[in-house]
Unconditional design. Structure first.
Length: 308
């Protein structure tokens, strides 16, 4: 890679996206001084920065649907880290390329992590479900919350712990739990546990540690309703629901969240929704899902609409 080329861009950043010569969608990102070229299956757009792609140091080669390997063409730092500024804190997250083509970084969520830090009161207790590499958990912890972090993947939990250490939050009050989200929430209801807020970013489908199947269309509405039953009577949030699944547009996420919060104090607060987007160098917004949220300060960041 030509290092001066990479150094002149914002970091982290989405630089470009669009179809390659074979018609397959891809994205070009700048993480930790390294240009990464990886798949973006939903994209049918034309590239705006075609001259940049040849400088990619790390390129994902898909061998079968959703699986492949990484071609390393030059120097990659070890550890490979990016800095994500939040209000009053800076997260340091590891870039961890996986056989799925993911790297453990989700830039479209950055405005939501900033919102979580602003919306969270010190000393509050928040449940973080489908918490993956832990950025939302760490945003909550940086604001002084006690967080229960739930994910079914051992590798994701290990990465989240490493991110906590890199971010100076190794000693923060975070409980790390490898468990199926629905099983954990059901157990907390039986125990009478209570929380001030909840964050969840469910996949389209997945499996828990014991093979428990999760499908967002079937399982999200009852899971979210149970999560809201865990909220304290005076809960002020934050409550954040995000998804990247087809059919779960912002309006549907907002309607599902509104219905689940109906019997809580948060039902009387502002409930907002919007797209999860990421801008490239040309100013195009790459849509990558949606969010709905309640509690905390008025919405900002990604484009949103208010229900109240």
């Amino acid at each position: 890679m030509n290092d001066p080329v990479a150094k002149k861009f914002l970091d982290p950043a989405l630089l470009d996206f669009g179809c390659d010569q074979t018609g397959h969608g891809r994205r070009l990102e700048h993480f930790g001084g390294v240009l990464i070229d990886r798949p973006l299956p939903a994209s049918r757009a034309a590239r705006r920065q075609p001259g940049l792609w040849q400088d990619a140091t790390v390129v994902f080669r898909e061998a079968s649907r959703g699986r492949g390997s990484w071609e390393i063409r030059g120097h990659v730092p070890d550890p490979w880290l990016i800095d994500l500024p939040l209000p009053g804190h800076c997260l340091r997250l590891l870039v961890r390329p996986a056989p799925s083509g993911q790297v453990g970084i989700f830039l479209e969520q950055w405005p939501q992590w900033q919102w979580l830090t602003r919306a969270t009161s010190a000393g509050s207790r928040v449940l973080s479900l489908f918490a993956h590499s832990g950025a939302a958990t760490l945003a909550l912890a940086a604001a002084g919350a006690e967080v229960v972090h739930i994910d079914s993947s051992r590798q994701a939990l290990e990465l989240a712990r490493e991110n906590a250490a890199a971010s100076g939050l190794a000693a923060a009050p975070i409980r790390w739990v490898r468990e199926d989200a629905r099983r954990f929430v059901s157990r907390e209801l039986r125990r009478g546990s209570q929380y001030d807020g909840v964050v969840l970013d469910p996949p389209s489908w997945g499996h828990g540690p014991r093979g428990e199947a999760f499908a967002i269309d079937r399982d999200l509405p009852p899971l979210l309703a149970d999560c809201c039953r865990l909220l304290t009577p005076a809960a002020r949030g934050p409550v954040l629901l995000s998804a990247h699944s087809p059919g779960w547009q912002p309006k549907r996420l907002q309607a599902t969240l509104t219905a689940s919060l109906e019997t809580t104090l948060l039902a009387a607060t502002q409930i907002s929704s919007g797209e999860l987007t990421c801008p490239d160098l040309a100013g195009r917004l790459l849509p990558q899902g949606g969010f709905a949220r309640a509690g905390g300060l008025p919405p900002s960041g990604n484009r949103g609409t208010n229900s109240r």
